[in-house]
Design a protein around this ligand. Sequence first.
Ligand code: SF4
Ligand SMILES: [Zn+2]
Length: 334
Amino acid sequence: MDKIRTVCIPACENHEGFYKVNLLLNWICPICGEPRGEIKEGLSYDGSLRLNCNVWDNPCGHIDKYEDVRKEALQNGLNGANRTTKYVVNLSGGKDSTAMLLEILQRNLPVDYILFADTSKDFPQMIDHIKKLQEYIKKKYPKAPPITTIKCDKSFDYLMFEHIKTRGKNKGKRGYGWATMRNRWCTSTLKTAELDRFCKSLKCNVVNYVGIAVDEPKRLDYKIKYFKRKQFKLMKCYPLADWNMTEAAALQYCYDLGFDWGGLYKHFDRVSCWCCPLKNLKELKNLYKYYPELWQELKQMDERSFNRFRADYTVAQLDERFKRELKDGGGNDN
Ligand code: SF4
Ligand SMILES: [Zn+2]
């Protein structure tokens, strides 16, 4: 399967220790079709000056000369004016996708659309972050496309409490209830399906930039989706992994640029829906402690849901537990 990866290489033979270019490549050896090697940081020497750039050794033994790579990039439909592919950034708004987007713009990699899938359950601080990010991008990268918000025509609450299932073993049942590890219906319906639908509507090959850090290798899924009778394909690209950026580095990168999500990352490891039942107990306790209005809403949602919030606790039971713990002085935040 062909992966698409981003590399930073000398822009020309006499780079003078300065001229580099970021390119997208199909990660296969052009001679034998085997996968190329791991991307590493290295040096290029032009006879007088050195330049920090990417290097890789192909396991097949064929050597990729930068000159050939530049030619390949001009012809692979992925770069420059004659590209036939559209580039879509999946922006969840979290630290990883934010760092990825800003660095993509900084490296001048192609971007046609920046998509934010609105589930209506994001923290208010996240919505503020998206606005702030939009302002920042508009100022610093005036040529970048605006952030497009996409939204499923069915709401989170409708799907969770009202929707009548028409298939599967729960046919006829009302509402999907709380998401579980095995059934994250909300991610698939409100995010993945909407993002895919948008990409399909472009009617061309699409590269989807996804912000997954290098220290989460299990989540790097390069599976290609085909649509319109295999006429077009949707390919994933994970620039943070190509750049060796960890989750901690992504957060720091955003903090350094002044993005702090109103402190959300002090209370949560992952910032997604405030009502997510897949949060750990520490995060739920912080929700209870610092976001009491959202917690009240969570309690009401749990009363309406057909399934329990978690296998071990309902929200009401968690409420009791946290109240007791905080009274006993056990209110650790981290
Ligand atoms: S964050 Fe949790 S609640 Fe929100 S879409 Fe994902 S699984 Fe569902
Ligand atoms: Zn080869």
